[in-house]
Design a protein. Sequence first.
Length: 321
Amino acid sequence: MPFTIVCQDITKLKVDVIVNASNTYLKMGGGVCGAIFKAAGAEKLQAVCDKLAPIETGNAVITPGFDLPAKCIIHTVGPIYQHWSKKESEKYLRAAYTNSLKLAFEKKYESIAFPLISSGIYGYPKDEALQVALSCIKDFLFSHDIDVTLVVFDKSSFSISNKLLSAVKSYVDEHYVDVHEKTIKPGKEPSIEDSSASANQFMGLIDSLDESFSKTIMRLISSKGRTEVEVYKRANIDRKLFSKLRNNESYMPSKRTAIALAVALELSLDETRDLLKRAGYTLSSSFKFDIIVQYFIANGIFDIFEINKVLFSYDLPLLGY
C-alpha cells in the first residue's frame, strides 16, 4: 500500500528507510530518537552522525541503518512549536517531511516509515502535526511512487478532530440499519411501461449487468473525466495492482481496494454499491467499517487519507491495497 498508518515500534519495521526526528547536532536523544540509536548501535551511529552534523531545521541527511531491519536512517530536524508563529512552524515541519521523502526517492528506496515529527518534546500539537504529515505525504505520493508508513507509538499520540469523530460516531450509532436502501411501497411496484427510462436505456442496463469489475472501472474513469494515474493515486493503491486490474478482466480486488476506487472516483452510495456488486461485495449495515465508509461517501468527503485516519482510530483496516 502506498500509504498506511500503524501503531508499532518503528525500530522493528522491515522497510528500506526509517526516519529519525533528530536535533540539529544529530546527537542521541530520548524517546523515539533514543530508541533508534540503541537499536541501530548507538556508538556506530553516533560516529557517523558526528561527521554530518550540524544540520538546519527542516533539512535531512542519511546514514546506514546498522543493526536495524531498515537499510538506512534519514535524520531530519523538525521545528520546536511556536504558537505565536504557526505558519513558520508549519513551514519547517513540511520541509522535514518533504526533504526526507525526496532524499529517500533520490536514493531509489521503495519504502519509508515516519514517526509523527515534532509532536513530542518539541511541543507541536498532535492534531496539527498529523494534518501536516498527511498533507505532505499525500502531496508527494501524487507524483512519486514510494510506500510510506506513518508510525504512532500508541493511540494517545494519534489525535483526530473531536468534531469529526463525534460526527462519525453519531452516524455509526444511527445507521446500523441501512436507511439508504430504497424501499418500494405496496401497490407501487414499477413496471417497464411506467418507467421513465427509454427502451434503449433499459436494454443498456440489461447489457451492463454482466460487465466485469475491470471494465466497469475503466468505463467509470472515462465517464468521470479522470486519468488512470489520478485514480490509483487517489485510491491509495500502487501502479502494479492497478495494472493487474486493467489488464486482467477476470481479476477481483479486495473489498478495501474496491471501495478505495469508488472513493477515488467520487461515486455516490448507489454507484458504490453497484461497483462492489461486480466484485461480489456489498456495504453491510452490520459492520462499523462499512458504516464509516458510508458516512464519508454520503457526506461527499472523498479523501482516502481522512477516511483512513478515522478507520485507524477505530482499529479497522485501512482503504487501499
